[in-house]
Design a protein around this ligand. Structure first.
Ligand SMILES: [Zn+2]
Length: 506
């Protein structure tokens, strides 16, 4: 026999596609030709596979070898095809009877010595295989735990090419994946640790309940970072679909924690202000790495000292914030990663970052305005909640523990409010107040009566609030109402929403 094929999976973004690796061996000058839109890593695969085959004690066929990866039109990135290529080649040369690999997806990168190395993105690859009706997959031992997360697929692992050869030739059993470890009890940051800051705590609760982006403005020591880090603790667990998306993105990034579990907590990403554009939005050669904005998908993206980020970095975040996904342009087709995240910005009032009232701060009003102005165009425009924080007073710090609500209490209110919003907007296909389009808020049946919006319309007329700002206040008013368990926003809800919008809540 001089022809064989083995199944594999190629990733485009986080979507896997079944790939057939065909090997044809013909008489002629010894050579290896790979076709089917391979990227550079695939060309390197030729050399890796050859060394791995020889160093595993197998005979390298000295014939003209044609390798074809189908479908040809699918762009193929990365090194996960190595093991399937080696198997197809040995099958085609007659070295191995490939019947045991019929209908089996084979994934893995080969080291020169024949070691099977883990690859990025195994979880979405196995998910795609399962969806295509594949019942058995073989993965690198280093990816066995994450592959086993996908239900309905029998996962077996290999550590070396000769183990796969022994399995195919003699039926020697492959390695079983480790049992999933139970979800550890996470002792993440808790709101109970934040003393004082009633304004900040309330703003955070409203942001969590409505899915609103939030900006925390205030001097160093006001607790901006403490508050931001606790937003995930107020958000509900991810449902199955969201958990799979988030876990798949971390798998593609090669950042899955060990243990073989779906990630159920909303992720928290806090890139440093020196972060490059690719590290924020994704990129790199081969299989593109998701950036912070995608790793924060269904969770929180925290930009501390936001005005210090480069203009290009802030600008690059505009597209994902607007569309909930990021398109990376690449040769051989664009890659799209989900990026629906809740943004938290923190900023000092001025570039010198001296505490409020500190006599050493000599920043002029103009300098201060310019500093925050760096955020205005691309980002601040999308932020619903803008809160100004003051340094915590000593009296608040000394407050007895019993006075401070823990995250779990607030999270329960947030969950109830989210449920109310999801029920109300179900007909619009929306779940969070922050997602509802302005026109829907301004038209019946959701338009608020004139007496409720009187103050708001006054601010619109006087120019102290933009039309966009008007909609943002209405959205937050709905969230405040939901948190209170009522049906319709009243005048007090709108007033509080105005304060949360303008940073006047003092
Ligand atoms: Zn200053």
């Amino acid at each position: 026999m001089s022809y064989a094929k083995v199944l594999c999976v190629g990733l485009v973004g986080v979507t896997g596609h079944l790939v057939e690796v065909e090997a044809d061996l013909a008489a002629g000058l010894p050579a290896v030709v790979i076709s089917g839109l391979p990227d550079t890593a695939l060309h390197e695969a030729r050399d890796r596979v050859r060394a791995a085959v020889v160093n595993s004690g197998q005979r390298w066929p000295n014939r003209r070898i044609t390798l074809n990866l189908l479908p040809a039109a699918l762009p193929k990135f990365g090194s996960a095809f190595d093991l399937a290529i080696a198997a197809a080649l040995l099958g085609g040369s007659g070295e191995l009877p490939l019947l045991p690999l019929e209908g089996v997806v084979v994934l893995g990168e080969l080291g020169l010595d024949g070691t099977v190395r883990p690859v990025r993105g195994v979880l979405p690859m196995v998910a795609a295989a399962a969806q295509a009706g594949v019942e058995r997959v073989i993965v690198p031992i280093g990816n066995a735990a994450e592959a086993a997360v996908i239900p309905g697929v029998r996962v077996r692992a290999v550590d070396h090419l000769h183990r796969l050869v022994a399995f195919v030739r003699d039926g020697t059993p492959l390695i079983e994946p480790p049992a999933a470890t139970p979800t550890p009890v996470v002792g993440g940051p808790d709101l109970a640790e934040v003393a004082g800051q009633q304004v900040g705590r309330r703003a955070l609760e409203v942001a969590a309940a409505g899915g609103h982006h939030i900006a925390l403005l205030g001097p160093p020591g006001a607790g901006k970072t403490m508050l931001a880090e606790r937003l995930p603790s107020l958000l509900p667990e991810l449902d199955d679909e969201a958990a799979l998306e988030v876990t798949a993105l971390h798998s593609v990034a090669g950042l899955l924690p060990p243990g073989g579990r779906l990630l159920r907590r909303p992720p928290f990403q806090a890139p440093h202000h020196t972060a490059t554009v690719p590290s924020l939005v994704g990129g790199g050669s081969g299989l593109a790495r998701p950036g912070a904005v995608s790793l924060a998908h269904r969770g929180v993206l925290f930009l501390d000292e936001a005005p210090e980020f480069s203009k290009g970095a802030l600008e690059a975040l505009r597209q994902p914030l607007e569309h909930g996904r990021i398109q990376l342009s690449r040769t051989g087709g664009g890659t799209v990663y989900p990026a629906r995240t809740q943004l938290v910005l923190a900023a000092n009032p001025c570039p010198c970052a001296k505490p409020a009232g500190d006599s050493h701060c000599e920043c002029s009003a103009l300098v201060r305005r310019r500093y925050l102005g760096r955020l205005s165009g691309p980002l601040l425009d999308r932020i619903d909640v803008q809160v100004r924080l003051m340094p915590v007073r000593a009296a608040e710090l000394m407050a007895p523990d019993g006075d401070v609500e823990p995250s779990a209490t607030v999270a329960a209110r947030v969950a109830a409010a989210r449920q109310a919003a999801a029920t109300r907007w179900a007909g619009l296909g929306r779940r969070l107040n922050a997602e509802v389009d302005g026109p829907h808020l301004r038209r019946p049946p959701w338009r608020l009566p004139a007496r409720v919006t009187a103050e708001l319309r006054g601010r619109l007329d006087s120019g102290s609030l933009s039309a966009r700002g008007f909609d943002r206040v209405i959205r937050m008013a709905w969230t405040i109402t939901d948190l209170d368990g009522r049906d319709r926003p009243d005048r007090d809800d709108v007033r509080e929403a105005i304060q949360l919008r303008t940073g006047e809540a003092m």
